[in-house]
Design a protein around this ligand. Structure first.
Ligand code: F6P
Length: 412
């Protein structure tokens, strides 16, 4: 292992998840005792340059002063990366947009002592991009701007990069990654790239640290076995929510992601109240399965009044789509978007909490924990217990934790 050396150069427009992937990749490699360091151009710019470099025009390729400063930063990081690999390091990750072929050619000619693997993050989902930008503008360098100004400036910055964007295709070693779905779009590499299998495997693994996945408490509809709708929590449901609040009182939960339904919000409220600083973020992506013409009916009523719906769903629950509604199969895409939004909006080291619904939580769980499709609609999702999920490339932890023992503490 000692002799293996690799440069990784990230590629991609701003806010496409490059730094998140670089950070997690580093953690995963370090875990395997592969010495890895990240050389981030943005961080270095903020350290090296005293004046304001956050305004969009700084990134205009016609701004010769900005170009010169950015080039200097890129070269400094390349030199540092080279020094690192020629001393103790195994993997040096250059974290920058590296969006033009020109820049990549300069990296290749300068860093010609060890192989280079380019990893491009591709994601043009508008919603995820907005979520990602919201996290970016939290940086201190945007502190002097209003939220709107910061967003506008950041979008302008992106368009400057877009004007010089050239995707990977000619490079010798590369992976183009759909960073929303963790899918390799295309790849090319010589056999001598060290750690390739580990890196590729990491890129397609869904990872999350400390995710608390909760189902809303009991509702009036639950008592009647009715589906969908927008029912309130029962008294028992409210007690379940207060028990959760007690359970989490000593853990920091900065954000709670819910659906837009009252039952998830009512479950989140006492948890938020017990925290010092906590925001509830309702996402449409986490709304319960739309059961179309069956909304608000009980399973028994569906069976007696719509036997064909009941029978067809029973035959293939995962692929069945309710007339005028959804099925597990059609929900999957929005659930993945919801998970990605929640991850982009959260700080990677923070606890993440999602309060969802039965079908929603089954799909969230199966995103991290492999289940055959036909088994997904039957995953156990109780209301007085919740899942703690922590998955990395090297560890998969799913624990069903019990909050009902906190009932006693939860009395109003
Ligand atoms: O009954 C509660 C509920 O969340 C309904 O709103 C939803 O239709 C159902 O569970 C999903 O579970 P299943 O797919 O098993 O019917």
């Amino acid at each position: 292992m000692k002799n293996k050396r690799l440069y990784i150069a990230m590629v991609g427009l701003p806010a496409r998840g490059k730094s998140t992937i670089a950070t997690k990749l580093k953690e995963s490699l370090v875990h395997e005792s592969i010495k890895t360091r990240i050389f981030n151009n943005g961080d270095l710019r903020r350290k090296m340059i005293r004046g304001n470099t956050s305004y969009a025009g700084f990134f205009d390729s016609n701004n010769s002063k900005g170009v010169a400063i950015r080039e200097k930063i890129a070269i400094t990081n390349m030199e540092r990366a080279q020094k690192y690999l020629n001393s103790t390091g195994n993997v040096a990750i250059l974290d920058a947009s590296n969006i033009s072929r020109n820049r990549r050619e300069r990296i290749q000619s300068r860093l010609n002592d060890h192989p280079i693997l380019f990893i491009e993050c591709v994601n043009n989902d508008e919603d995820i991009l907005s979520a990602s930008i919201l996290r970016k503008i939290d940086l201190a360098e945007f502190g002097h701007l209003t939220r709107e100004e910061a967003i506008k400036g950041f979008r302008e910055r992106i368009s400057y990069y877009q004007s010089i964007e050239e995707p990977l295709e000619r490079e010798k070693n590369y992976i183009r990654l759909d960073s929303l779905h963790n899918k390799v779009i295309s790849e090319e590499h010589s056999d001598s790239i060290p750690y390739y299998e580990q890196i590729r495997d990491f890129l397609v693994t869904n990872t999350v640290k400390n995710l608390y996945l909760i189902r809303h408490g009991e509702t009036y509809f639950n008592l009647e076995d009715r589906i969908g709708g927008d029912s309130d929590l029962t008294e028992k449901g409210r007690t379940q929510a207060r028990a959760l609040a007690e359970y989490f009182r000593k853990k920091r939960i900065p954000l709670i992601f819910t659906s837009q339904k009252k039952r998830t919000h009512q479950t989140a409220s006492p948890i938020k109240e017990a925290q010092e600083d906590c925001t509830i973020i309702p996402l449409a992506e986490f709304n319960e399965i739309d059961s179309g013409i069956c909304e608000c009916m009980s399973y028994e009523k569906i069976r007696s009044q719509m036997p064909e719906v009941y029978g067809e769903r029973k035959k293939d629950k995962y692929n069945y789509i309710y007339p005028e509604g959804e099925g597990y199969v059609t929900m999957q895409e929005r659930i993945i978007r919801g998970i990605k939004k929640a991850l982009y909006l959260s700080n990677p080291s923070d606890n993440i909490m999602i309060i969802g619904h039965r079908a929603v939580n089954r799909l969230i769980l199966s995103h991290f924990m492999f289940r055959r499709e036909e088994d997904v609609p039957f995953i156990y999702i109780p209301q007085d217990k919740f899942y703690y999920i922590s998955t990395t490339q090297n560890k998969k932890l799913f624990q069903l934790k019990n909050s009902s023992k906190f009932y006693a503490l939860s009395k109003e």
